[in-house]
Design a protein around this ligand. Sequence first.
Ligand SMILES: [Fe+2]
Length: 184
Amino acid sequence: MGQDQQPVAQILLQLLRSLGILHDEHARSSEKEEPVATTIGTERELSEALNNLIALDFDAIEAYEAAINRLDNATYAEQLRQFKGDHERHSRELSAIVRDLGETPTTHASMKSLLTQGKVVLGNITGDKGILRAMKSNENDTNTAYEQAVARDDLTPRLQEVLQRNLADERRHRAWLEACLARL
Ligand SMILES: [Fe+2]
C-alpha cells in the first residue's frame, strides 16, 4: 500500500510545483531569508559600533561637565563648554542614525565613564593644568575611537560624512588642549 501511495504523493508534489505553487513558494522564501538575515546582521553590528561611540560621547560630556565646574579660568571653561556641545551634537546625530538602522540608541555613558570622568573628578587633580591634561587624555580616546569608526567599510556616504565631521571636531578639541597646555 505504501508503495502505491509514494508515487501518488510524488505526482501530487510535481503537479503542485509545475503549477508554481510549491517550488516558487519555497524558492522565494529561501531567496528572501538570506539577504535579509545578512542585512540585519550587518546593520546590528554597525549600530553596536555607533552605540559605543555614543556612549563614549556621553562619557566625554560627563567629563567636560566635571572639568567645566572645576576650572578657575573662565576662558578655558567657555571653550570646554563648546567642546561639550560638540559631543552633545555627536550623540544626537548618531542616535538618529542608529534609529534609522532600526536599532535602539544608547542613552547613557558607558562603564568607561568611571575612567574618563574619574580622571577629572576622582583623580586628586588640582589646578587648571591638571584638569586640561586629563581632558587631553580623554580626547586621545575619542580621537582613536572616531579614527577606527571612519575606517569601517560598511558606512553609507551620509554616515561617512557625519563620522568625518565628528573626527574633525575631536582633532580640534585635542589640538586646542595641546596648544593650551603648551602655554601653561
Ligand atoms: Fe572631544
